[in-house]
Unconditional design. Structure first.
Length: 285
């Protein structure tokens, strides 16, 4: 496939919006955005399609004739969406991709059986409503059929991402890693806001007041790695302070559980003083 392949996007959610815009900027024509038949779904697909110079079509009426079909639907819908489109095109010369981090290219086996070549192509990036992060420098984990992987690598490079191979058996662990890196980091920040409330600080105020320390922490981590960025009572071995924290956190039991789990991880993975004493305090409260 020498020229830039024409692309159909299935789904019009957070990934689809960011990815399709990047593909178009990189010179890939977007033919269509495929949606479910329900009114809201098609309406959202139309909005996205309009910005891409594409047409929006319900899966039930779709006729796939693009060179490449990129499934940007929730993980639980990938195989269903693939099955629903299997009879709606000649798939023999088509490449089909999905972007699940946890699932393998086998989710697209209904299309592989029809002659398509398939791959999973997962950007290690977070896409939320209203944000379109740049894909420049974003690692993309890729596995699947040779020709699909080759094309996926070329496209990822064209959107200035960084393709890398992943084995099928590693995908679940890979995605658990990615989940720690963003969604669970946000869960930690949400927990942090709850703790601020017990200190008499409103949640919204807490966010503003925390941003400088969070930004500096991420900068320190980038520059010095985890050990070099680690400060606070655990690295100092300040057991009395940790005891005080555990006492006051009884007001927010879930946050206390998170604190204990993370402090235990710190004792395993990071520099710490009074390691044995802290371990005892964290185990017995
Ligand atoms: N968001 C991220 O940060 C991120 C990062 C990396 C990879 N991914 C992967 O990207 C994929 C999409 O995630 P997302 O976050 O973009 O999800 P999302 O925002 O919920 O969007 C999913 C889209 O798929 C549509 N859809 C659902 N079932 C469909 C079907 N059977 N046929 C056609 N369209 C269908 C939904 O439309 P309606 O509900 O309106 O019908 C919606 O437009 C997932 O595989 C996810 O693992 C996401």
């Amino acid at each position: 496939m020498a020229a830039k392949p024409h692309i159909t996007i299935v789904g019009a959610g957070n990934l689809a919006a960011a990815l399709a815009a990047a593909l178009l900027r990189a010179g890939y024509p977007i033919d269509a955005v495929v949606a479910r038949s329900a009114g809201g779904s098609l309406r959202r697909a139309k909005l996205l399609a309009r910005n891409l110079g594409a047409t929006a079509v319900a899966a039930s009426h779709a006729q796939i004739d693009s060179d490449l079909v990129w499934f940007c639907v929730p993980d639980g819908q990938i195989s269903r969406a693939a099955r629903s489109l299997a009879g709606k095109g000649a798939w023999k010369r088509t490449i089909a991709l999905h972007s699940s981090g946890a699932l393998t290219s086998d989710e697209l086996s209904a299309l592989r059986q029809r002659g398509a070549r398939v791959a999973s192509v997962h950007p290690l990036m977070t896409f939320v409503r209203g944000s379109r992060p740049s894909l420049a420098g974003v690692p993309f984990a890729i596995e699947g059929d040779d020709s699909a992987v080759r094309l996926a690598r070329r496209i990822v490079k064209d959107v200035r991402g960084q393709p890398f191979p992943i084995k099928k058996r590693d995908k679940a662990a890979y995605h658990a890693w990615g989940t720690f890196a963003s969604p669970l980091l946000i869960a930690l920040l949400a927990t942090t806001e709850r703790v601020a409330v017990t200190a008499g600080v409103h949640r919204r105020t807490a966010k503003q007041r925390m941003l400088p320390i969070i930004a500096q922490t991420v900068a320190n981590y980038a520059a010095r790695g985890a050990a070099g960025a680690f400060s606070g009572p655990i690295v100092r071995g300040d057991a009395d302070t940790v005891t005080k924290h555990l006492r006051v956190l009884q007001q927010t039991p879930l946050a206390r559980e998170v604190y204990i789990a993370l402090a235990k991880a710190a004792l395993e993975y990071l520099p710490a003083g009074q390691r044995a004493t802290l371990k005892k305090i964290l185990t017995h409260g």
